[in-house]
Write a protein that binds this ligand. Sequence first.
Ligand SMILES: [Zn+2]
Length: 314
Amino acid sequence: MTTFSIDAPALSRAFVDRSEDLRSPDRLARSWRSAKVLLVSPGGRLPTAVTPDGLQLVFEDTARWGAVPPHGAVLLGRLGGIDHWAVSYQGPYEGPNAGPPGRNKPADADTIRSIGPLLTGDEAVLATTAVALLAWHDAAGFCSRCGRPTVPDISGHTRTCAEGHQEFPRTDPAVIVLVHDGGDRMVMARQPSWAPGRFSVLAGFAEAGESLEATVVREIGEEVGLPVRDVQYLGSQPWPFPRSLMIAFAARAPRGADLRPRPGEIEDARWFSRAELRMLLRESPPAAGPVAGITLPGPVSIARRMVEGFVKAG
Ligand SMILES: [Zn+2]
């Protein structure tokens, strides 16, 4: 069996202490004064600053909020002996990277998609946790069991309704699959809604009651009509858009098998050789030839790591 490995994805590069023991109300109140807070603007925009050490998140001290964390604040974890929090910020962004007033930024500016790879591993994890937790709070205002309003606990890691039903942040598991032929080629495909020329590995959500291995086999069969085996775990990355966890696998398909893209879901699917993938991984992919006009997923994605891992294994 051919085995692959991938480098840690951009948003999975570090471990911040997020122990449940950190969330006791007394401890949180005691350490609030020395804590740091990240203001997250609508759309998951994050305040950053360029420093001699590179791009960094801009955390504020807690002076403006008084003695205890404000309603809706979320504890991200403890790093360097300091509690790090995030707060949803609804006003116009006035922080260090606000830029000239009235100037439109690209939709991805200042979001994890654009800045994730530029941050240190610790900061990328804090940013990802902030975006994921705040998105959950936005969507979890009412109890899923009885429909009554819910309120967050002090740490922002649970919500409870008047009936005492407790809810926890949701994460939806999705598999993302490097389908290879045991030799020199792997599969990439594109969805009709993607930017022209963008290809990536295949992915899909696990269904209720389904194992991840079964999801891999089902999704690849559905999307491109390939039977796969030798399913191998590669790594994972949180993908809070709004609440996925991407779990990466490699799986082997018969060499030379025809790809049958599922109409409406997959617009095109192809086998790519390592030589073609090497060309695509360059900063300037070729303007002519079989891979002209094709682009790969960006550096923040685990999909990119999977393509890089496949190329390195050859
Ligand atoms: Zn309830």
